[in-house]
Design a protein around this ligand. Structure first.
Ligand SMILES: [Zn+2]
Length: 395
């Protein structure tokens, strides 16, 4: 059992632990106004306890995210718990999980979650999986968000819903990306609108699929695996399998952003279309694509995102390029050099390497970190093809 100092409400439940296998962490209520995931996790845990599947491998750990925000049924109290897991800011917490100063409600929440999760990181010989369960303010079919590593893609493909890539370049400090960089195979699953009863069912289906995908149970040992797939397939019917994030509208303080009502997630949008307004007037879309996560709640500063469909062909190409480690050629090209201080980081002089667009780095498993003095800084994701268990001698 998880140590007793942890708040009793933090743990929704645990299951398994008798047979060796993966550690699967499921998070619900990282945003306090998204109750569907907690209902779904309780339902799955009750079913497991009732049915007692004999060959359950590894362990399921279901946790509540932001306790004070869940009590207040609000997204967050002081700051968004899903934007403060920034690696540089995590250093003091990593060094001293027990003691330290937390300046906001969410920093204290982060500390308690980290104290539960950090021992798992030392359990290298068992694979780590994370599913962070969310819902959206706009009406939406279900979808998953991942950092684009080959390991995450494999896990994400088990869920028959669209996969969204590239959000990590737009959003800093998500739990998903922080734990992914530490070796978790990690997906965020978005089930639909916050209070739509279908969101609970979509979450339940996703949790069963995750239990099979992580290897805790075989599909045949689950209560009707085909039916769980069918629920999600039907909910996401007609949507392409993969999208990449192209743009985020960041709301500035005091701009009185208002999304135009009626947008459904993934709805196609054309160039010039009026999407929202602020104190200066209309906000128009600059490029064709699909609208993603339009803001229909008062809290948060992501106005909307624009995404674009990715041809499956490119995913296959990029998997091959990465398997043959073509990225090792990059520092030999003009205008690109390795950062001598940070491994896996490249500094790209775009005046010299004009032809090298960001998409090429994406194909090779890099993400844009920032632009510095006109130079593009990109980093290779650490656990792309193999996880920490490979570092420890097996995968
Ligand atoms: Zn959320």
């Amino acid at each position: 059992m998880i140590e007793e100092k942890i708040s009793l409400r933090r743990v929704i439940g645990e299951y398994g632990g008798k047979l060796p296998g993966p550690n699967l962490v499921l998070l619900g209520g990282v945003h306090g106004n998204e109750p569907a995931a907690i209902l779904a996790l309780n339902h799955v845990l009750e079913t497991l306890r009732r049915q007692q599947p004999p060959a359950f491998r590894g362990k399921l750990i279901a946790l509540r995210g932001n306790l004070p925000a869940i009590s207040a049924a609000t997204r967050y109290i002081d700051e968004d718990l899903n934007r403060i897991w920034i690696p540089e800011l995590m250093k003091p917490l990593e060094a001293s999980p027990e003691y330290g100063t937390d300046r906001t409600v969410e920093q204290a929440e982060r500390r308690e979650l980290f104290r539960i999760l950090s021992p798992l990181l030392e359990d290298y010989h068992n694979p780590l999986y994370l599913v962070d369960l969310h819902t959206t303010s706009a009406e939406s079919p279900p979808f998953v968000i991942i950092a684009d590593t080959i390991r995450n893609r494999r896990f994400a493909r088990d869920f028959p819903v669209p996969i969204i890539l590239g959000l990590e370049e737009q959003l800093e400090g998500t739990i998903l990306h922080y734990l992914g960089d530490l070796g978790f195979r990690a997906v965020a699953f978005e089930a639909g609108q916050h209070h739509d009863p279908a969101s609970v069912n979509n979450h339940i289906a996703a949790i069963w699929i995750a239990l099979a995908g992580a290897g805790c149970l075989q599909p045949a040992e689950l209560p009707d695996y085909e039916q769980q797939l069918h629920i999600l397939r039907r909910a996401a019917e007609g949507l392409p399998p993969v999208f990449e994030t192209r743009f985020r509208y960041a709301i500035a303080e005091g701009e009185h952003f208002r999304m135009k009502p009626g947008y459904r997630n993934f709805q196609p949008i054309s160039r010039g279309e009026v999407l929202a307004s602020n104190h200066q007037g209309e906000i128009r879309n600059t490029s064709p694509g699909n609208i993603f996560m339009p803001l229909y709640q008062t809290k948060g500063d992501d106005g909307y995102f624009r995404i674009r469909k990715v041809a499956y062909f490119w995913l296959i190409v990029s998997e091959w390029l990465r398997r043959f480690h073509l990225e090792r050629m990059l520092p030999f090209l003009p205008g690109i050099r390795l950062n001598p201080e940070i491994p896996n980081e490249l500094i790209v002089n775009r005046r010299v390497a004009r032809w090298l667009v960001l998409e090429i780095f994406h194909l090779l498993g890099y993400r844009k970190k920032r632009i510095e003095n006109g130079k593009l800084i990109v980093t290779k994701r650490r656990y792309d093809l193999h996880g920490p268990e490979a570092d420890a001698g097996r995968d």
